[in-house]
Design a protein around this ligand. Structure first.
Ligand SMILES: C[S@@+](CC[C@H](N)C(=O)[O-])C[C@H]1O[C@@H](n2cnc3c(N)ncnc32)[C@H](O)[C@@H]1O
Length: 257
């Protein structure tokens, strides 16, 4: 085997192992019911900040890495069409059974689409999702998706998200900011400068909420945090985004060679 073939194989194995481990991690969390991230109630920031995005009813809202979040029901109640993406079939099945809903199933590309009325949850890997699978998206609700990923995958997440979105799409993004050395993620710390780095080339960024939440999030204090800040952003995809993404995708592809 030539040196070039060897190093390519090494990188390929690393990629497969990395993605595989990441998937295994989440499958195990669902199998073992270790889902401390799941909120019984509707997310406070969703209820309080969503109207600031000015998304008209009937719009299609993407909920990446949706788990079995009840926030999807809230969005449906507001008159939106909802498109969830989730890796774990257990999570998807739990969402429908716990809410007494019987979806129909169909194959869509690499995904199984579970559909009922205005809701579709695509079960599979977000990073293989294509625009043709989900169609036009008008808004995105990201709670515990970006922060669920380690640093390298956050770059891929933002780059991949950009391939799915057209200009003017609005995104509600919730992040945590804490000293990463005090706790291993997930959830990971995604400080403001990283949000800038991931999104400023293709989105307008507005910080809507910034608050210290350690007092009410005791479980994170128990995990060793001395401070914990939550940020909520309104992002709007810029007109020039498509051009930027072609360049950024090339940059990422070159970096992976
Ligand atoms: C921290 S949980 C958040 C779930 C949900 N957003 C919520 O607020 O409850 C992250 C979710 O992302 C899912 N996930 C992880 N990697 C994924 C991937 N590559 N594609 C789709 N879903 C993924 C996990 O199975 C898990 O349900």
């Amino acid at each position: 085997m030539s040196h070039r073939q060897h190093s390519f194989q090494g990188l390929y194995n690393q990629f497969i192992t990395g993605a595989f481990m990441e998937h295994e991690f989440w499958h195990q969390r669902w199998q073992q019911n270790q889902i401390g991230f799941h909120q019984g109630d509707i997310n406070l920031h969703l209820r309080q900040q969503w109207s600031k995005l000015e998304v008209v009813p009937n719009s299609r809202v993407l909920v990446p890495m949706c788990g079995k979040s009840s926030d999807m029901l809230w969005l449906l109640d507001q008159g939106y069409r909802v498109v969830g993406i989730e890796l774990s079939p257990l999570a998807v099945a739990a969402f429908f059974s716990e809410n007494d809903l019987q979806p129909t199933l169909r194959q869509q590309g690499e995904f199984i689409a579970y559909e009922i009325d205005e809701l579709a949850i695509f079960c599979g890997d977000f990073f293989t999702l294509r625009s043709v699978d989900i169609g036009r998206i008008d808004a995105v609700y990201d709670r515990a998706a970006l922060v669920a990923l380690p640093a390298k995958m956050r770059l891929d997440y933002a780059a991949h998200m950009a391939t799915l979105l057209e200009p003017n799409v609005k995104i509600l993004l919730e992040t945590f900011d804490y000293l990463q050395q005090e706790m291993s993620g997930p959830p990971f710390s995604v400080p403001h400068d990283e949000v800038e780095k991931l999104f400023h080339d293709w989105c307008d960024i507005e910080l809507l909420v910034s608050e210290q939440i350690l007092k009410r999030e005791v479980k994170f204090k128990d995990r060793g945090l001395s401070q914990l800040q939550e940020h909520v952003y309104r992002l709007v995809v810029r007109e020039s985004a498509k051009k930027h993404h072609c360049t950024q995708r090339r940059f990422l592809d070159d970096a992976e060679k």
